[in-house]
Write a protein that binds this ligand. Structure first.
Ligand code: NAD
Ligand code: ADE
Length: 488
């Protein structure tokens, strides 16, 4: 039966592709809940206490089914939640609709956003109807944080000099769109960003690239809030980045192309956490996997796993599938694509779209873009050979498929909930946070996230005896079990 119109729906304070998809979204949310024991335990433990009562929480994180379960957990814990996606292609429209229909969050997201709509949705997700902003942000890649910081800078400059943001030095589409967006928005309301930053106390950042941005801002004294690095919880980066990508990297390539992977030559650029999971996935399909790396430790790890470590130029002419996973820029250049085999598949699983030189490809004299289907294009060079580009160079597992599965995301998102709780309650993480600093969650919370996920897998954890605990130098039999520097 169709539920009554929700408060969010009747307010019109949302924007999704098609609200009638809510029923499909709700059914998938219910299935996902069973696969997300960490989040469901948060609801059980804190649903009555409502630690987020009165708190406004904004999220900029792929609006998927799994994120829907996170949103509804934050709401069940008392928060007033507004949300957008952190990528133009990653929204699952049925998930977005189900949240709006249930009234559990104000969502501004749909699949295939234009870059300007992307920033409009980001702004809407951090602006409440009275013009106030969030008390805290769940960010993935740092775009919501950057919008607010760049918005404040632009307002101050406009006030002092009358000058508006200048996009002429910007290189990438999203960056150009951000500066164009601010150019429109700042004169409309010169106090907007400063007003919406007033309540903000902290940001919990999901991913490697977003965390790198936070540390850079903090080092420059340009980060005025508390930052929590969720990515470096072990139960996030050693699970989501590795096992999540092990699942969703091949999934993205297959949904886009349906190519047989077995026997093919695959090049994974970057052998960090994401690269490791991705390389394993292609190896498991019996592909011949090569790796590029700049870091000798990661290169040696790749060798130990039986991967050939090569330079791009050595193998570019013979590789069938290229995947960048570095978090760095300009990894697959147009000069490389020029020399690739006909119909080589080129994708990126890193956070931003600058790992593949899409600008170079677009500017290549005589090149033609042939759209095969949404998020799959064949770019044909004048000599007649083509390369198949996935999701326009944006992260292929969320652009061409549905990202990581629920069980993995439950680990990541339980860390997010704990990180949000630690912003409001210093006793929760046992640390008093200071503005401008970036923190990781303490080991006991990381271990707790893992503990919450073991019963669902039928794992029997051995109990340490008190004498054993003291023999190996632990404080007690319930952990923490490792020192901070242990690498897992
Ligand atoms: P990481 O730091 O563990 O690994 C990146 C690796 O790339 C490093 O080992 C580094 O040495 C290597 N590298 C850097 N520049 C290189 C170059 N020019 N050539 C070859 N190798 C190079 O980071 P990670 O956790 O693996 O994350 C990688 C990217 O994936 C980040 O942007 C992150 O935000 C993103 N990410 C995406 C997903 C997803 O679902 N798509 C999930 C998690 C993380
Ligand atoms: N990152 C990778 N996979 C994801 C998913 N399914 N939902 C949200 N963020 C993700």
């Amino acid at each position: 039966m169709e539920p009554a119109q929700s408060k969010v729906e009747s307010s019109g304070d949302y924007k999704v592709a098609d609200l009638s998809l809510w029923d499909w979204g709700r059914k998938e949310l219910e299935i996902a809940e069973v696969e997300m024991p960490g989040l469901m335990e948060c609801r059980t433990r804190y649903g009555e206490k409502k630690p987020f009562a009165g708190k406004q929480i904004s999220g900029s994180l792929h609006m998927t089914i799994q994120t829907g379960v996170l949103i509804e957990t934050l709401t069940a814990m008392g928060a007033d939640v507004r949300w957008c996606s952190c990528n133009i292609y990653s929204t699952q429209d049925h998930a977005a609709s189900a949240i709006v229909k249930a009234g559990t969050g104000n969502v501004f997201a749909w699949k295939n956003l234009s870059p300007l709509d992307y920033w409009e949705c980001t702004l809407k997700a951090c602006t409440w109807p009275d013009g106030s902003g969030p008390d805290s942000i769940v960010d993935d890649g740092g775009d919501m944080t950057m919008l607010i910081l760049e918005g404040i800078k632009a307002e101050e400059k406009y006030e002092a000099t009358g000058e508006l943001p200048d996009d002429s030095k910007c290189v990438y589409d999203d960056e150009i769109a951000l500066f164009q967006f601010l150019k429109m928005k700042v004169p409309e309301n010169t106090q907007r960003f400063r007003k919406l930053a007033k309540r903000l106390i902290g940001i919990t950042e999901e991913t490697t690239t977003g965390v790198a941005r936070l540390y850079q801002l903090s080092a420059l004294n340009e980060f005025p809030w508390i930052g929590i690095n969720v990515n470096d919880s072990v139960t996030k980066s050693k699970f989501d980045n590795v096992y999540g990508c092990r699942h969703s990297s091949v999934d993205g390539v297959l949904r886009a192309t349906d190519v047989l992977i077995s026997g093919k030559k695959v090049l994974i650029c970057g052998y960090g956490d994401v690269g490791k999971g991705t390389a394993q996935a292609f190896k498991a399909q019996n592909a011949q996997v090569c790796v590029t790396e700049v870091d000798p430790i990661c290169a040696l790890q790749a060798c130990m796993e039986g991967f050939r470590v090569v330079r791009m130029e050595t193998v570019q002419h013979e590789i069938d599938i290229f995947i960048s996973a570095t978090g760095n820029k300009e990894i697959i250049k147009v000069a490389n694509m020029e020399k690739m085999k006909n119909n080589a598949i080129v994708g990126n699983i890193g956070h931003f779209d600058n790992e593949i030189d899409m600008n170079g490809l677009k500017a290549y004299p005589g090149i033609q873009k042939v759209n095969i289907k949404p998020q799959t294009d064949r770019w044909v060079f004048p000599d007649g050979h083509g390369v198949i580009i996935l999701a326009e160079g944006r992260l292929l597992n969320l652009g061409c498929a549905t990202g990581h599965p629920s069980f993995v995301m439950s680990n990541s998102f339980t860390n997010q909930v704990m990180a949000q709780m630690s912003l409001y309650d210093p006793t929760f993480a046992g640390t008093k946070y200071e503005n401008g600093q970036i923190y990781v969650l303490p080991k006991h919370l990381d271990e707790e996230v893992a503990r919450l996920h073991l019963p669902a897998l039928g794992a029997e954890l051995t109990e340490l005896e008190p004498e054993q605990a003291s023999y190996i130098g632990l404080d007690g039999v319930r952990g923490p079990f490792k020192k901070g520097e242990y690498r897992y």
